[in-house]
Design a binder for this molecule. Structure first.
Ligand code: FPP
Length: 244
């Protein structure tokens, strides 16, 4: 099992987001069921946490199940639900040792009770940990998040708690799922696909994007370092021009 080393590197960025894509193709290439790919993908997720800690990254958000993924065969959906419970039980002691706080972003109400209960346990037992925040985007959709935020805003206006004239981008953020989490600096998508697929639409407005050909279960430290090196060379201007 990899361990985060004591000698952490200086952080190049504070928030990394990853679309864990390519599990199905990885399994098919090996003549395995798609579910085996997801299983390997879950192990890789813990490796990613260790890689991030070693590099001083403070937040990692991963896309584990989208609001569109319910359209997959029932058995695959059910396996991904159980995989979260498996992941939590397998790694909970190590996550405690490493100081990993687990948080969720998405619509919890629609999840099976066994998953909701595990989410509650995972969040409440890890709340005070400080080394890394692992944010699982689970039953998450970027458009859905924006619609739900808008509904919360309308309700706040109707209750007389918010004046519409005071609504700006900063205020809007307060109604997102995790308002305290900074925007991702870099979004990595492995597997060769080059799109966001409804991931972090609001938060990713100025994120750098990096696409890798490798399938998620084959993602390595080398893949991450290539992405980080590329990120280090990018010129992030946030819509402004170069300062003299
Ligand atoms: C996309 O690959 C991946 C998913 C829809 C599921 C991702 C889930 C995991 C990596 C494990 C989940 C971990 C936890 C802790 C719940 P794909 O199936 O679309 O791959 P393909 O494009 O090759 O078919």
């Amino acid at each position: 099992m990899p361990k985060a080393s004591d000698g952490h590197q200086e952080a190049l960025l504070q928030h990394l987001a990853v679309i864990m894509d390519g599990n199905g193709r990885w399994a098919q290439k090996r003549g395995l069921a798609r579910t085996a790919g997801h299983r390997y993908g879950a192990e890789k997720l813990y490796d990613l946490c260790v890689m991030c800690i070693k590099r001083g990254i403070k937040y990692v958000t991963v896309f584990a199940f989208s609001t569109e993924n319910w359209q997959r065969p029932e058995a695959e959906v059910s396996q991904i639900m159980d995989l979260f419970i498996y992941f939590f039980n397998k790694y909970k002691d190590e996550m405690k040792k490493e100081g990993i706080r687990l948080r969720f972003s998405g619509v919890k109400d629609e999840l099976p009770d066994r998953v909701k209960d595990t989410i509650t346990e995972a969040e409440s037992t890890s709340e005070t940990r400080k080394t890394l925040q692992l944010i699982l985007a689970f039953n998450y959709g970027g458009r859905r998040e924006i619609v739900e935020s808008s509904k919360k805003i309308i309700a706040a206006v109707q209750r007389g708690e918010l004046d519409p004239d005071d609504l700006d981008e900063e205020k809007f953020r307060d109604y997102l799922y995790l308002p305290d989490v900074p925007d991702p600096d870099l979004i990595i998508r492995p597997s060769g696909e080059q799109r966001l697929s409804n991931f972090l639409l609001w938060q990713g407005a100025y994120s750098e994007l990096y696409f890798a050909k490798v399938l998620w279960p084959d993602f390595t430290e080398n893949t991450l370092d290539k992405a980080l090196n590329e990120f280090a060379k990018r010129d992030r201007r946030f819509g402004a021009i170069e300062k003299e």
